[in-house]
Design a protein around this ligand. Structure first.
Ligand code: COA
Length: 158
């Protein structure tokens, strides 16, 4: 399947187990929580307005994304309004351009919702995803959140 077949799908009883079976490389586990953990975090943090989808290549689940969606200002401990909280592409599907396509689609859907910027953060360390985000156009905000480096993608001119 090519990158043109990459799309986001809702997670339901029909595909939840398959999406929860997705894995990153063992050395990447410090950079992102599992899908199961992310779904639990989303359920436990309704004030973050969690929005999540499975990433599909054709009919095959290949990744997962979790965002905070249009969070009103002033919610303690919640970064927003639009914050990319988790992004992972399964180990068997990395390096084929899926991550970049998904990021493009996420940027499109949040901009269509009125977002002018998309925030994210990463844990620094060997194999960190910073080069991936930098290539895409994210820039450091200069802030650190709980040891994670905050990044911003300007959507106003895209
Ligand atoms: C980061 C991640 C989502 C990228 O997905 P992917 O589908 O492998 O990325 P792509 O194939 O679209 O790569 C796009 C570009 O970024 C580069 N890239 C991707 N991951 C990279 C990494 N960890 N370090 C350096 N460069 C990386 C690719 O080489 C490619 O560059 P190129 O076009 O010059 O070859 C995926 O590697 C992943 O799930 N990593 C573990 C979890 C993680 O770190 N998530 C982000 C923090 S929540």
């Amino acid at each position: 399947m090519t990158r043109s077949g990459v799309h986001l799908r809702e997670i339901t009883d029909d595909n939840r187990d398959a999406v929860c079976a997705l894995r990153v490389r063992p050395d990447q586990e410090g950079f992102v929580a599992s899908v199961t953990r992310s779904l639990a975090d989303a359920a436990a943090t309704p004030e973050a307005n969690p929005w999540y989808r499975a990433v599909y290549s054709g009919d095959e689940p290949v990744g997962f994304v979790l965002l905070s969606w249009n969070v009103p200002p002033g919610r303690a401990g919640i970064i927003g309004p639009y914050f990319l909280w988790r992004l992972l592409i399964d180990v068997h599907h990395q390096g084929h351009g899926f991550g970049r396509v998904v990021l493009t689609q996420i940027a499109d859907v949040v901009r269509a919702d009125g977002a002018t910027e998309l925030l994210t953060s990463y844990q620094p360390g060997d194999g960190e995803p910073w080069p991936f985000y930098r290539q895409f156009g994210f820039e450091p905000t200069g802030e650190i959140d709980d040891g994670e480096i905050l990044l911003r993608l300007d959507l106003s001119g895209r």
